[in-house]
Design a protein around this ligand. Structure first.
Ligand code: MLT
Ligand code: MN
Ligand code: ZN
Length: 304
């Protein structure tokens, strides 16, 4: 299986358009050694075939331009992206669907009932796309494995996560299983990767996926639980908005020590997170723990 990281930042990207935090201003001026990053999305394929897009970021057009593999050019109108799968209905994960509207046929989109409801109501992306290519919506049910016919060779097992539905969701304050999912991705040779860009807690069903996987690509949004509060940009903690912070007791680094033998990669990194600064002590701490930080254009291969 091959995984291409199209966008490794959280909502807002890095640098964020209106942000002058240490990281954002430092990457603009060159005073902080860091790479700019676009918003959260990966593409996955088996055996060199077409790609399954996990989340459609607002930056999708520049992400596609930066990845020639996504354009095999077999006919006048063509794409290597054969289907889309959504992990939640957040703006940073669904807005790119609008950019795929020029398709000649309905876009296959795999998502849970909760995400489909959000995209028909609170943020009616599916209704709008109905005026263009249309959406061929396919149902994901947490706990029920499935295959995507357009992307053969992958078996997918979705798991419900404790995280957060978007602010415009009818279930923002009444969480439903399926508002946010993680995905165990398995190829025909049995290589397995667990992907969860928004993860608030490592519950038993999530720990079971970690056990089963060879590689983990996990929520890297915040270093500290009070990161946004300390900067004075939000009154909410990381955990309040469904993201497990990296530092502290029970944080991501602490938790991942239970899975030392796996490839562990953080993705969906917020622009305020000090791990973006390659010279920071926080980044050194991750290096020490053997945890990688995803970057745009990163490729991960499992098997041949
Ligand atoms: C989140 O996952 O919490 C988002 O990145 C928020 C957003 O897109 O604004
Ligand atoms: Mn996000
Ligand atoms: Zn910033």
């Amino acid at each position: 299986m091959e995984i291409l990281v199209l966008g490794s930042a959280a909502g807002g990207g890095f640098p964020q358009w209106n942000c002058n935090c240490r990281n954002c201003s430092g990457v603009r001026t060159g005073q902080v050694r860091a790479q700019a990053r676009t918003q959260s999305s990966i593409a996955v394929r088996a055996d060199g075939g077409d790609w399954l897009l996990f989340n459609a970021s607002p930056d999708i057009l520049s992400q596609i331009r930066a990845a020639p593999d996504l354009q095999p050019a077999r006919q006048l109108r063509d794409s290597g992206i054969a289907a889309v799968l959504l992990m939640d209905a957040q703006i940073d994960h669904v807005t790119g669907l609008f950019m795929l509207r020029e398709r000649g046929a309905p876009l296959p989109v795999w998502c849970t009932d909760q995400v489909a409801e959000d995209l028909q109501t609170g943020n009616p992306v599916f209704r709008v796309l109905g005026h263009f290519c249309g959406v061929d919506r396919r149902r994901i049910v947490p706990g029920e494995p499935f295959c995507v016919p357009q992307v053969p060779g992958l078996r997918l097992t979705p798991v419900a996560l404790s995280s957060k539905a978007p602010p415009y969701s009818p279930h923002r304050d009444a969480p439903h299983p399926g508002d946010n999912i993680g995905m165990l991705i398995e190829d025909a040779q049995g290589h397995r990767v667990f992907y969860a860009p928004g993860l608030g807690a490592i519950e038993p069903q999530v720990a079971a996926c970690f056990d089963a996987a060879d590689g983990l690509m996990l929520d890297g949004t915040f270093w500290r639980d009070d990161e946004m509060i300390a900067l004075g940009i939000s009154g909410k903690s990381a955990r309040d908005i469904g993201h497990l912070p990296q530092s502290g007791p029970g944080g991501m680094i602490d938790s991942l020590a239970r899975w030392p033998g796996k490839r562990r990669v953080l993705i969906h990194i917020n622009n305020t997170n000090p791990i973006l600064d390659e010279d920071s002590p926080e980044r050194a701490q991750l290096d020490e723990a053997g945890i990688e930080v995803a970057y745009d254009g990163m490729r991960l291969h499992f098997g041949d």
